[in-house]
Design a protein around this ligand. Structure first.
Ligand SMILES: NC(=O)c1ccc[n+]([C@@H]2O[C@H](COP(=O)([O-])OP(=O)(O)OC[C@H]3O[C@@H](n4cnc5c(N)ncnc54)[C@H](OP(=O)(O)O)[C@@H]3O)[C@@H](O)[C@H]2O)c1
Length: 310
């Protein structure tokens, strides 16, 4: 990718694909099929992490990206385990580059906030990777807005900036609307949110008695436990049925349609599962339908809590 002054507005595309299942619940052949389907749909931005599937996700992405590397935006993440210290960042990033078979990674995220490591150490390390030409953009994931702003000031002291953030965001996880999205707009930070289907909840499959991540993974079961979330998923399925669409298409299109123009990370276990999420790429969600879907879940209160001013 060509170097841009900021990633927001760069040609990373309006949708991203996440490879968290590659080499785990999706085998190499299924992963390849999903990669090809994404490329055919025009996606260029692929998201992985040092953590995913013990490295298999990065290895598969590296294999698939070989023939078209220059057309892609490749993002990976470090520091989910081991902290945000210099040694951990450099060691794991080197392993990631080897797995990806890439000298340069376009976007490197800190996977989560580490309150045990001084931000100076983290951002001096990232700034050095950038000035050495090993990464193009810096991102942070799972940071609160105040943590991003604190880190942004530290990044500036090293002559760099946070270009992208990766928060959770979907119809049933709207906290990011309160502080994170307005901050990103103000700071010209690209927003690349994850879990637009609420880990699969918004496909409507759990209301049909089917199984999946929410019945297999206790962390996701807890994250999406509240009844109102399951009611919203049913409501979305009803709207989708009326419109002759898949609920997943509407869920992804809804997450992408926020005025700050997030680039949601879609994902699946198979090319077949991916079809309705990919259909959101060419789907134009009209204002009325956007508002009707938004009304299925509570709009979070503004940061000031002055509801009358919202
Ligand atoms: N930064 C972070 O901390 C973080 C955290 C999570 C994810 N991410 C990134 O964001 C990406 C997307 O996250 P996500 O996987 O949570 O996204 P998601 O779109 O909310 O959930 C995807 C899951 O939903 C289910 N699904 C998808 N399409 C379906 C269909 N048509 N029918 C039935 N089930 C379907 C599948 O799981 P089952 O079939 O197993 O139910 C699939 O793996 C990841 O790949 C990763 O790159 C980042």
């Amino acid at each position: 990718m060509t170097q841009m002054t900021s990633l927001s507005g760069a040609s990373a595309g309006r949708f991203t694909f996440g490879t968290m299942q590659w080499g785990g619940r999706a085998d190499a052949a299924e992963s390849r099929e999903m990669f090809d389907a994404c490329r055919a749909a025009g996606l260029v931005h692929f998201d992985t992490a040092h953590l995913y599937c013990d490295g298999r996700s990065e290895e598969l992405l590296g294999d698939f990206a070989k023939d078209c590397r220059d057309e892609l935006m490749i993002a990976t993440k470090v520091g989910y385990t081991g902290g945000a210290g210099r040694e951990n960042i450099l060691r794991t990033f080197d392993v990631s580059r080897t797995r990806l078979q890439m000298d340069v990674v376009d976007l490197l995220y800190m996977h989560r906030f580490d309150d045990q490591t001084p931000l100076d150490e983290t951002f001096e390390t990232l700034a050095k990777l950038q000035s050495d030409g090993l990464i193009r953009y810096i991102g942070v994931s799972n940071y609160a807005a105040w943590q991003v702003m604190k880190a942004q000031a530290v990044a500036a002291s090293f002559g760099t900036r946070i270009d992208a953030i990766q928060p959770m965001y979907s119809l049933v996880k709207r906290q990011a609307e309160v502080e994170i999205f307005p901050m990103a707009a103000d700071q010209d930070i690209a927003v690349v949110p994850y879990s637009p289907l609420g880990g699969g909840l918004l496909t409507g499959k759990y209301a049909r008695g089917e199984t999946g991540r929410l019945t297999e993974d206790s962390r996701y079961a807890a994250r999406y436990a509240p009844d109102w979330m399951h009611e919203a998923a049913k409501g979305l399925s009803n709207i989708a049925g009326r419109e002759g669409l898949e609920a997943a298409t509407l869920a992804v299109a809804w997450a992408a349609r926020h005025p700050i123009a997030p680039a949601p990370i879609i994902s699946a276990k198979s090319a077949q599962q991916l079809v309705p999420s990919l259909a959101a790429v060419g789907f134009d969600l009209m204002d009325d339908l956007y508002d009707e879907i938004a009304a299925l879940t509570p709009t979070p209160a503004p940061a000031t809590d002055r509801l009358e001013e919202a």
